[in-house]
Design a protein around this ligand. Structure first.
Ligand code: GLC
Ligand code: CA
Length: 573
């Protein structure tokens, strides 16, 4: 097969391959490995209804573990759901939505993934359920329901105008008040997202126990861990105080109007959240040998010290007691310059407590496509080099390895609630079908006709299919495969230390040295400018790869020349 041939082109000294065993064995897989996020609706449609499914993912496992060479798949939600927020509104945590298949399909996917050494991480959505979840139906039925206190219900409060209104000024991430009036019982309930996503009351111990039980269901089946949705917001201020105004008026996420005019002090990041994740870690550890079932937390906490506190407290064995990896979103918001990116990496390195392992992400189902965001293919290639050579676990978003662009979908056609409420924010464009072949109208994603696909493929993306790139030795896909192979085979990259290089490095270039446990050394250098640059190296080097994949068998001496917007990886003597 084409990919086998390609792997052989990785010109690696055998020394590092021997080292591989001694190094990899001493580190958990989630530190040395790479996590690949799949949006199940859009990966591969096995039954021709225009919607991707679990069996479709199973059929593409060879692509994931062989062609690409990632170590774990994180699957966005595939549970029963009215799909108001595309599965992040869960109506039943322990079943599979018929769009995606059956539990038997899941079991088969998991077992075939495990046969290949691939881990499967599920999306766990603890902050809210769907309004269609039985718990909520029960809770909203009466003030006396024994599930009433499973959600957050409040009486109206008299506003400045003397009229009864919501209990405080908290806002929904999707626009408007976070409180919805319920006619039946004449109280408000809290929803930090859509009214169809009522927030659970994690201060009620029954809720915690019930939700942990849902997690156990998947752990018993063999799931390798969870990405925890909205992990930062499950505990609210018990006094439900009003949020204060945001003096800068600048939003952390995107420009969301009124939402950015508040500081979100009281509905997220409450210190009691730690208690839950400590307990959740104990739950995972109970199913693990060597901490191998993991928690990745969606932690939108922008104070870096506070963010890092979600790794938890140190334990006697050198590990910490909460999240294995609180997801680090900083690069998604980076000012794409050498100084901007370096500041993010250096400050993360400085803030990480002992026993905490870094991680980086450059794309997900909530953000515009990497290539579109950075504004060009050279930038997207640099980003790949950066992500896969930094110290820390990389998380890749499906399709970024093909250099996919955001598909333009006008606001009135957006299915995503964000796109409907706040023009320009719709997330449909980064969630479009994966193009497998270029010839077919549906890019080989589905047997359905193009107008039956749940979202369009996009003409430009169709031409970037796996098939179109697989035999092109300079394609973006080839770059990701080379980088993934290089990272796997090189202890300096998957396990080594990080040190930024300063001496003589021109402004506009970010260069760093990675040194492996066995002293193998690699430099990665990224030119963020439109000009050619020369980077002094700590010693003579041999070029392992250029982001353009057009330089081969080059020795660099002590100086590395970089073309505009080029990135390179060099082995140092
Ligand atoms: C997370 C998900 C996002 C979803 C939201 C509400 O941020 O990543 O897709 O809309 O939670 O569940
Ligand atoms: Ca399908």
């Amino acid at each position: 097969m084409a990919y086998r041939r390609f792997f052989c082109n990785l010109d690696l000294p055998s020394r590092t391959i021997e080292n591989r065993n001694s190094t990899i064995e001493h580190r958990p897989w989630w530190q040395t490995g790479v996590i690949y996020q799949i949006y199940p609706r859009s990966f591969f449609d096995a039954n021709g209804d225009g919607i991707g499914d679990l069996d479709g993912i199973r059929r593409k496992l060879d692509y994931c573990s062989g062609t690409l060479g990632v170590d774990a798949l994180w699957l966005s939600p595939f549970y029963p759901s009215p799909q108001k927020d595309f599965g992040y509104d869960v109506a039943d945590y322990t079943a599979v939505h018929s769009d995606y298949g059956t539990l038997a399909d899941f079991d088969r996917l998991l077992s075939e993934a495990h046969e290949r050494g691939l881990k499967i991480i599920l999306d766990f959505v603890p902050n809210h359920t769907s309004e269609e979840h039985d718990w909520f139906t029960e809770s909203r039925s009466s003030k006396d329901s024994d599930k009433r206190d499973w959600y957050i219900w409040k009486d109206p409060v008299e506003g400045p105008d003397g009229q009864p209104g919501p209990p405080n000024n908290w806002l929904s991430n999707f626009g408007g008040s976070a409180w919805e009036w319920d006619e039946t019982t004449e109280q408000y309930y809290l929803h930090l997202y859509l009214p169809g996503q009522p927030d659970l009351n994690w201060r009620n111990p029954e809720v915690q126990e019930a939700m942990f039980e849902q997690a156990r269901f998947w752990l018993e089946r063999g799931a390798d861990g969870f990405r925890i949705d909205v992990a930062h917001a499950i505990m609210k201020d018990p006094a439900f105080r009003d949020n204060p105004p945001n003096p800068s008026g600048e939003g952390f996420h995107k420009h969301r109007g009124a939402y950015d005019e508040q500081l979100h002090l009281y509905e997220e990041g409450h210190p009691d959240t730690h208690r839950v994740y400590r307990a959740f870690r104990r739950l995972l550890d109970g199913y693990s040998t060597d901490s191998d079932r993991i928690a990745l937390g969606e932690m939108h906490i922008y104070d870096r010290g506070e963010w890092a506190s979600y790794y938890g407290q140190p334990r006697a064995d050198g590990t910490r007691d909460e999240m294995h990896l609180p997801i680090n979103f900083a690069l998604l918001k980076a000012d794409w310059t050498a100084a901007g990116v370096r500041e993010i990496v250096d400050s993360l390195e400085a803030i990480l407590p002992r026993g905490a392992w870094p991680n980086y992400v450059l794309g997900n189902h909530d953000e515009p496509r990497l290539r579109t965001r950075l504004g060009g293919k050279d930038q997207a290639r640099q980003a790949a080099v950066l992500l896969l050579t930094l110290r820390g676990t990389p998380m890749l978003y499906y399709g970024d390895e093909l250099g996919l662009e955001e598909v333009e979908i006008p606001p009135e056609e957006q299915l995503d609630p964000w796109g409907q409420n706040v023009p320009g924010l719709g997330r449909d464009g980064c969630r479009t079908p994966m193009p497998w072949t270029s010839e077919s109208d549906t890019a080989g994603f589905s047997e359905a006709s193009p107008d039956q696909l749940w979202r369009p493929v996009g003409e430009a993306n169709r031409r970037r299919s796996v098939e179109a790139q697989i035999d092109d030795e300079t394609s973006v896909l080839a770059l990701y495969r080379r980088l993934l192979g290089l990272r796997r085979e090189t202890p300096a990259l998957h396990a080594g230390s990080y040190r930024p290089l300063d001496r003589g490095v021109p402004e506009g270039c970010f260069a760093y040295l990675r040194t492996g446990p066995d002293r193998d050394r690699v430099v990665a250098a990224i030119n963020f400018t439109d000009e050619a640059l020369t980077v002094p190296l700590p010693a003579e080097g041999a070029l392992l790869l250029s982001s353009r994949l057009d330089r081969r068998d080059e020795t660099t001496g002590e100086r590395l020349h970089l073309r505009p917007h080029e990135a390179a990886v060099v082995r140092i003597a």
